[in-house]
Ligand binder design. Sequence first.
Ligand code: ADP
Ligand code: MG
Length: 338
Amino acid sequence: MPIRQLTETLIDQIAAGEVVERPASVVKELVENALDAGARRIEIVTAGGGKSLIRITDDGCGIPLAELPLAVRRHCTSKMEGGLQGIETLGFRGEALPSIGSVARLSLRSRARGADGAHEILVHGGRQDGPRPAALSGGTAIEVRDLFHAVPARLKFLKSDRAESAAITEVVRRIAIAFPGVRFELTGEDRSPLVLPAVEEAQALERVSAIVGDSFADNAFALDAGREGVFLAGHAGLPSFHRGTAQHQYVYVNGRPVRDRLILSAIRGAYADVMPRDRHPVCVLFLQVDPRDVDVNVHPAKADVRFRDPGLVRGLVVGAIRAELARLSLRGSTEGAE
Ligand code: ADP
Ligand code: MG
């Protein structure tokens, strides 16, 4: 067969395979967009484990009418002012909306601040329809229906509605820890609701407790350390407060939830001497790194990062946790001696 250029729709569907693996990845991308838009309230409604419906409403800056067609076009983004060095937003690839539009029925309704009214654009099978006037008082409302109806092979690999709903809840919980000032509401016929009211920055531990569990705050120590421009804050659980899986380790780099092997292994290393090998500590770690010293463009899902100086990051995490553990055991032994 001769070599041919793929159609736009096929290119989007191929890209979609990496960006939207399951309903939870759609929720992650859309919540990230709302946060990048400066939203203070984000409402998420799902049905059928997110396969039949995902609806996300935010009160962010909205999208101007003239930009609506661009928002759903591949490689179009408002977030790449400074190039790949120095990304400060959660999104930057300009792929999520077109990818979703290629594998689902997407409706994007938005009203930019100061605009006369709202407009809606539809994308179905990669084809755009609109924009046309619509009703919305402000912000953006996105509806994704019949996810993967266009790619039955992917649909077959999804888990039960219940499992997909649980994965969506986990995505929202994970991201919500890093944005305590934003109100999140996740509801739907297929789930028990998750409502996280906004809390002040100073009360950020309340948001953590709402997600990790109330007992965490009483069984954790605070972290606050820095080395050569890398800063670590957050809370780590006492050695006695352990879990059967590492699922309760929440790690953020510049506010972005990540699953970073380097940091997870640093956590394991820090607790190696004080916890049974098959148990896992609970922790919420926020790393701040100069955006130029971390590459977030490793995988389309943006959950992997590469540090310019991995040894520095590992040393900081291990050192900070161990120093606190040592202080606690010292205090424990002097208290015991009294
Ligand atoms: P990216 O987030 O990488 O830029 P997306 O495909 O997720 O790519 O979104 C494309 C563009 O659409 C964004 O750059 C942004 O300008 C706009 N956009 C998407 N969602 C929202 C939203 N909820 N509020 C405001 N603008 C949005
Ligand atoms: Mg995005």
